[in-house]
Ligand binder design. Structure first.
Ligand code: 4NP
Length: 167
């Protein structure tokens, strides 16, 4: 577990979630974190976006297995379209959170990255801080369930951290 850094703009917070393709892990985290932000009544102050380090899937909706699981669990997976991360996010976002160490390395290669703001998503996981969100793309359906469990508990902890630094 870690503490969220202070907002760059007082009273507002911007979180970007980053994986490789932006069709599985970071969109799942995006949808779940945005839902927790709304539950906390912070959706007018906290912005959540996601992107991939790669370009293969730009413009595509979420992976259908990820979308099906999210829909079953009561989330809206329909609005996602994949995009590629921008280097400017390193200076604009309050947190840029990578799903795995490869994503984090690729983010840090984009420019000057403050390690307090550009880090692993699961630094905020209360159960296993500092772990990776494993890529489910080439595996079976169970991999998406594993991702969802990690994303749900980490998002709940992250919203509490963000609420604390916004207060
Ligand atoms: P994601 O999963 O990074 O969680 O969106 C992947 C999606 C696509 C590919 C790899 C990982 N791909 O190689 O196309």
């Amino acid at each position: 577990m870690t503490t969220a850094p202070p907002p760059r703009t007082p009273g507002r917070y911007r979180v970007a979630l980053v994986c490789l393709g932006n069709i599985c892990r970071s969109p799942m985290a995006d949808v779940v974190l945005a839902a927790r932000v709304a539950d906390a009544g912070l959706d007018d102050r906290v912005e959540v976006i996601s992107a991939g380090t790669g370009t293969w899937h730009v413009g595509e909706p979420m992976d259908r297995r990820a979308a099906a699981l999210l829909t079953t669990e009561g989330y809206d997976a329909s609005r996602h379209r994949a995009q590629q991360v921008l280097a400017s996010w390193l200076d604009e976002q309050d947190l840029v959170l990578a799903m795995d160490h490869d994503n984090l390395r690729d983010l840090r290669a984009l420019g000057d990255a403050d390690p307090a703001r550009v880090r692993l998503f699961r630094d905020f996981d209360p159960l296993e801080p500092g772990g990776e969100v494993p890529d489910p793309f080439f595996g079976g359906d169970e991999g998406f369930g594993t991702v969802l469990a990690m994303v749900e508990r980490t998002s709940a902890a992250l919203v509490a951290e963000v609420a604390a630094v916004l207060a």
